[in-house]
Design a protein around this ligand. Structure first.
Ligand code: URA
Length: 243
């Protein structure tokens, strides 16, 4: 696959597209042994050899990170007031043009994939795709067995919000012996969806963590705020949920 030289250098954290144009004008970048100053040059990262100021440049084409989002962060690339999930990334990722796949609330923790793969993001967040998202929810009020069965039936039938929106059927299972801990799996990603679903059955979410998206599960070794690149197998699994 080929990419524009300015885009691939920018995606690799070497600066904005404007910075890259300036860099190329300095004639410090070579492609296959020749100085290249044309930002529109088509580059195949698997076949072309690049150097910057004489040093070989190893180019990454796509980046996929698994972040355990901590509470108190906004799922956005920029925010005037609050810390964003992007502020948690170190170099080289912090300088890359990355974005989160989907959104978690300010107070929600858990699995968030951060990438520069636009088509995959579009597919996984499209309402038509219906990728499963699983959350662990701790509820304000303890739930007895009869109530738990009532909740599960209501979730399976499709919860209707006050505004008339009807959710797709969702799976609810109690977490072991916990009286107020549940796993819930939904296919949509409406604003505050899980919190609103539990409100409809008469309870309230006091803690929410996303534990899985499609076949990808949150790595339990990542404490909130930590991240790591997805493994090739995880990337393949994530891609397998898309066409
Ligand atoms: N549902 C919610 O209510 N909040 C989230 O962050 C994700 C799903």
């Amino acid at each position: 696959m080929k990419f524009r030289l300015d885009k691939i250098l920018s995606d690799n954290g070497l600066g904005s597209r404007k910075d890259i144009k300036r860099l190329l004008r300095e004639r410090v970048v070579t492609v296959n042994g020749r100085v290249c100053d044309d930002p529109g040059t088509q580059i195949d990262p698997d076949a072309d050899a690049l150097t910057l100021r004489g040093e070989p440049l190893a180019l990454m084409t796509s980046v996929y990170l698994m972040l355990n989002k901590p509470a108190g962060t906004v799922t956005s690339t920029a925010d005037p007031e609050h810390r964003t999930v992007m502020d948690l990334l170190d170099e080289p990722y912090s300088a890359m043009d990355l974005f989160p796949i989907g959104r978690l609330d300010y107070d929600t923790e858990g699995l968030l994939v951060i990438t520069n793969d636009g088509p995959l993001t579009h597919w996984l967040t499209s309402p038509r795709t219906g990728v499963d998202k699983t959350y662990y929810a701790r509820l304000r009020d303890a739930v007895n067995d009869a109530e738990s069965i009532r909740y599960a039936a209501a979730f399976a039938a499709g919860i209707t919000f006050k505004d008339g929106f009807q959710c797709l059927p969702a799976r609810l299972t109690r977490v072991g012996a916990e009286e107020n801990g549940f796993f819930v799996t939904i296919q949509e990603g409406k604003y505050h969806q899980v919190k609103k679903m539990f409100k409809v059955v008469g309870n309230e979410v006091s803690y929410l963590r996303r534990t899985a998206m499609g076949s990808l599960s949150l790595d339990e070794n990542l404490v909130p705020g930590d991240y790591r690149p997805l493994t090739p197998a995880e990337i393949a699994e994530l891609r397998a949920t898309s066409p």
